[in-house]
Design a binder for this molecule. Structure first.
Ligand code: 5GP
Ligand code: ZN
Length: 114
């Protein structure tokens, strides 16, 4: 999608720090990290959010969660734990309308999720 920030990152038009990539998924460090590890995992196909995942093939969707696991492992988070978050829509404060999964870890998370 032409005016989508994350599509521009996938295309390399906006620089990012790549953590993982395969044919379906791109993962990169969040520009404003909220934990010692804060990586964004996104499908290469543009869909707006979890509310629009019916537009994604099951393989693309599965690849996103698998990439979250791979990122957690490569970041050394699997032993102590990590959190995967996907904000969807205005009430959840989604600011970039391209589906993304935040992979957060490296410190004790709060018990409250919201
Ligand atoms: P949301 O608020 O939509 O759940 O998450 C969007 C995330 O994208 C935020 O955590 C924000 O810091 C991150 N972000 C916004 N613009 C950029 C950018 O240009 N580069 C990178 N790496 N992250 C960005
Ligand atoms: Zn996009």
């Amino acid at each position: 999608m032409n005016d989508c920030l994350f599509c521009k990152i996938i295309a390399g038009d906006i620089p990012s720090t790549k953590v993982y990539e395969d044919e379906k998924v791109y993962a990169f460090r969040d520009i404003n990290p909220q934990a010692p590890t804060h990586v964004l995992v996104i499908p290469k196909k543009h869909v707006a959010s979890v509310a629009a995942v019916d537009e994604l093939d099951d393989a693309d969707l599965a690849a996103c969660l698998r990439a979250c696991r791979l990122v957690a492992q490569s970041e050394g988070l699997t032993e102590k734990g990590f959190r995967v978050v996907s904000n969807c829509g205005d009430d959840a404060c989604q600011s970039v309308k391209h589906l993304h999964f935040h992979v957060l870890g490296g410190r004790q998370m709060g018990e409250q999720m919201a």
